[in-house]
Design a protein around this ligand. Structure first.
Ligand SMILES: [Zn+2]
Length: 451
């Protein structure tokens, strides 16, 4: 077999995290401030208001101090000022380039107006370059077939990724999550993809349903790599074990920025793959003060587009709280690593302590197969405040007997107290009673909305 080079882009990926890369970033950043100021009305007004005209940005310090962080609320305000007219929004966002778009994707809009991801030629090139770097690292190469089972409708990981896969020279099989489990499973059997892209909860659901639908386990599909994204599950050790075991495949975690996990047996977070394409920083979620990118640092992730037109915005955040690791990864590949700890939207405060749903999920999944792994956090009032105890509905495992539940309640409660300092109130549900999601998993049940 031919020896493959370690990276798709040997020139840029080898320079990640080096002083030379910092210079490349600085040159691109200065140019980006100038271009946005000259061409995009929203950004010109924003920079003017903050006293951050291009001439005033002379150092990294100026950049961090002068250019304000654009939050979801900030974006919403801008969108409201455009009467939520998406055409006006895009004109403000990217000026004339908004007339040369090739594709538009957006956030799901479940918590308000959707934030658009407009892709012109330069943005699509950025996204293609990132996709190529990620697929290469996941052992998926030009010529391979990829089952595309993310949501195709408006998802950045949907149709745009299919365009990028074509650019890379691989073949997507765009069935999409909307088509449902039966079609994804059936078409996987027919078209024999080497890899699959989907949310981790969809992969789990497929493994639960395969026997019934195609008469054999998902391991019979011979899928070698599963690239997950859209939710944090692929980074949770127990969820990984479950999916990798069921498919007999390697599981990779991709997204929430330009990153992808490596194939080191233990999850190491996602490697950032695009220092030259876009920049990620951490800031304090309340004060927006920069948080130094050091081992173990946590903060709200902020992105600035460097290479494309403006797909990731400029000093913009979607509210993801992340932890970074800057020391070298045991896998030997370049790029600092990051883990998504939670989202500012999903944050819960229990007796003043911040808790993110994935932390609860992590503990519950330690008890698989005694539990199914499916659960909901039941909220009696709008978050973030939760009056203790935190209420959980958990599905017990298929071979768990009802008389075992009391002891299991005690064990889970102990483990949760030990790991995340809370003692929940657990209501048990029979296996497979909670709704499964093929796109994004919903962990919060808003009981206060149905009253
Ligand atoms: Zn690694």
């Amino acid at each position: 077999m031919e020896e493959r080079r370690p990276y798709w882009n040997m020139e840029m990926e080898t320079k990640q995290n080096t002083p030379e890369m910092k210079e490349i970033q600085w040159e691109r950043l200065k140019k980006k401030v100038q271009t946005l100021y000259d061409t995009a009305p929203f950004w010109k007004e924003r920079f003017d208001k903050a006293g951050a005209q291009p001439a005033t940005i002379k150092s990294w310090d100026d950049y961090a101090k002068r250019i304000p962080v654009l939050t979801k609320e900030g974006f919403r305000e801008f969108a409201a000022g455009c009467d939520f007219d998406m055409v006006k929004i895009l004109e403000g966002w990217m000026g004339e380039a908004s007339k040369e778009l090739l594709c538009i994707a957006s956030t799901s809009g479940t918590t308000g107006e959707p934030t658009p991801y407009p892709l012109d030629k330069a943005d699509l090139a950025l996204w293609s370059e990132f996709t190529a770097r990620a697929l290469w690292r996941c052992g998926i190469f030009p010529g391979d077939r990829i089952m595309q089972a993310f949501g195709l409708s408006m998802f950045l990981a949907g149709v745009p990724i299919c365009m990028c896969i074509a650019d890379y020279g691989a073949c997507s099989i765009p069935v999409g999550a909307e088509a449902g489990t039966e079609r994804v499973l059936t078409y996987s059997r027919l078209f024999k993809p080497k890899a699959m892209m989907c949310t981790p909860s969809f992969a789990e659901y497929m493994s639960e349903k395969a026997k019934e639908i195609i008469g054999a386990g998902v391991d019979s599909l011979n899928i070698e790599s599963i690239v997950c994204g859209g939710e944090p599950g692929a980074g949770i050790p127990e969820v990984r074990k479950k999916i990798e075991g069921a498919f007999n495949a390697k599981l990779f975690d991709m997204g929430a920025g330009l990153g992808c996990s490596c194939d080191y047996p233990e999850y190491q977070g996602m490697h950032w793959l695009g220092d030259d394409l876009a920049m990620m920083e951490l800031v304090n979620q309340d004060t927006h003060e920069p948080v130094p990118m050091e081992d173990g640092a946590t903060g709200m992730a902020v992105f600035s587009t460097l290479a494309g037109t403006n797909i990731l915005g400029f000093r913009q955040t979607l509210g993801d709280i992340m932890e970074v690791t800057t020391s070298p990864c045991p896998c030997g590949q370049t790029g600092f690593r990051y883990k998504v700890i939670g989202r500012t939207d999903d944050m819960l405060k229990i007796k003043g302590v911040m808790i993110y749903p994935p932390a609860v999920e992590g503990v519950i999944n330690r008890f698989v197969p005694r539990v199914m792994g499916e659960f909901r956090i039941v909220l009696d009032e709008p978050p973030p405040r939760v009056v203790p105890p935190l209420k959980l509905k958990i599905e017990y495992g298929e071979n768990t007997k009802e008389e075992e539940l009391e002891a299991l309640t005690e064990e889970i409660s102990e483990e949760m107290h030990r790991r995340i300092k809370l003692r929940p109130k657990i209501t048990w549900l029979p296996p497979k009673t909670l709704e499964r999601f093929v796109k994004k998993k919903k962990l919060l049940e808003k009981a206060y909305e149905s009253e």
